[in-house]
Design a protein around this ligand. Structure first.
Ligand SMILES: [Zn+2]
Length: 75
Protein backbone atom coordinates (compact mmCIF):
# COMPACT_ATOMS: atom_id res chain seq x y z
CA UNK A 1 0.00 0.00 0.00
CA UNK A 2 1.05 3.60 -0.58
CA UNK A 3 1.69 5.48 2.66
CA UNK A 4 -0.42 8.63 2.99
CA UNK A 5 2.32 10.33 5.02
CA UNK A 6 5.51 9.74 3.02
CA UNK A 7 4.13 8.36 -0.25
CA UNK A 8 6.33 5.25 -0.28
CA UNK A 9 5.00 1.80 -1.00
CA UNK A 10 5.83 0.52 2.51
CA UNK A 11 2.49 0.74 4.25
CA UNK A 12 0.75 -2.33 5.60
CA UNK A 13 -2.65 -2.78 7.16
CA UNK A 14 -2.76 -4.41 10.57
CA UNK A 15 -5.38 -4.97 13.24
CA UNK A 16 -5.08 -3.49 16.71
CA UNK A 17 -7.14 -3.28 19.89
CA UNK A 18 -7.80 0.15 21.38
CA UNK A 19 -9.51 1.25 24.58
CA UNK A 20 -11.63 4.39 24.82
CA UNK A 21 -12.91 6.28 27.86
CA UNK A 22 -12.26 5.25 31.45
CA UNK A 23 -13.87 3.58 34.48
CA UNK A 24 -17.51 2.73 33.77
CA UNK A 25 -17.26 4.31 30.33
CA UNK A 26 -14.30 2.16 29.37
CA UNK A 27 -14.79 0.40 26.10
CA UNK A 28 -12.40 -1.74 24.12
CA UNK A 29 -12.75 -1.98 20.38
CA UNK A 30 -10.93 -4.93 18.86
CA UNK A 31 -9.52 -5.48 15.39
CA UNK A 32 -9.38 -1.84 14.33
CA UNK A 33 -7.56 -1.60 10.99
CA UNK A 34 -4.47 0.61 11.29
CA UNK A 35 -2.09 1.48 8.46
CA UNK A 36 1.52 1.11 9.54
CA UNK A 37 4.39 2.32 7.40
CA UNK A 38 7.85 0.77 7.77
CA UNK A 39 9.53 3.59 5.80
CA UNK A 40 8.50 6.59 7.95
CA UNK A 41 7.35 4.66 11.03
CA UNK A 42 3.95 6.33 11.08
CA UNK A 43 0.78 4.49 11.93
CA UNK A 44 -2.60 5.99 11.26
CA UNK A 45 -6.25 5.21 10.72
CA UNK A 46 -8.19 6.16 7.64
CA UNK A 47 -11.02 8.72 7.89
CA UNK A 48 -13.43 5.87 7.25
CA UNK A 49 -12.09 3.92 10.23
CA UNK A 50 -12.27 6.97 12.54
CA UNK A 51 -15.85 7.52 11.44
CA UNK A 52 -16.71 3.91 12.20
CA UNK A 53 -15.17 4.20 15.70
CA UNK A 54 -17.35 7.25 16.42
CA UNK A 55 -20.39 5.30 15.28
CA UNK A 56 -19.55 2.36 17.56
CA UNK A 57 -19.03 4.73 20.54
CA UNK A 58 -22.40 6.44 19.96
CA UNK A 59 -24.17 3.13 19.57
CA UNK A 60 -22.71 1.89 22.82
CA UNK A 61 -23.98 5.01 24.67
CA UNK A 62 -27.54 4.31 23.58
CA UNK A 63 -27.29 0.82 25.09
CA UNK A 64 -25.76 2.01 28.36
CA UNK A 65 -27.59 1.11 31.55
CA UNK A 66 -27.97 3.65 34.35
CA UNK A 67 -27.69 2.23 37.88
CA UNK A 68 -29.22 3.72 41.00
CA UNK A 69 -26.93 3.87 44.00
CA UNK A 70 -28.59 3.93 47.49
CA UNK A 71 -27.67 7.06 49.47
CA UNK A 72 -27.83 6.97 53.28
CA UNK A 73 -28.25 10.09 55.43
CA UNK A 74 -25.99 9.98 58.53
CA UNK A 75 -28.13 11.61 61.23
ZN1 LIG B 1 5.30 6.33 5.33
Amino acid sequence: MICEICGKNSARRKQVDRSYGKRENLMIIENIPVIKCSACGESYMTAETLHEIERIKLQRQSFAVKRNIPVADFC
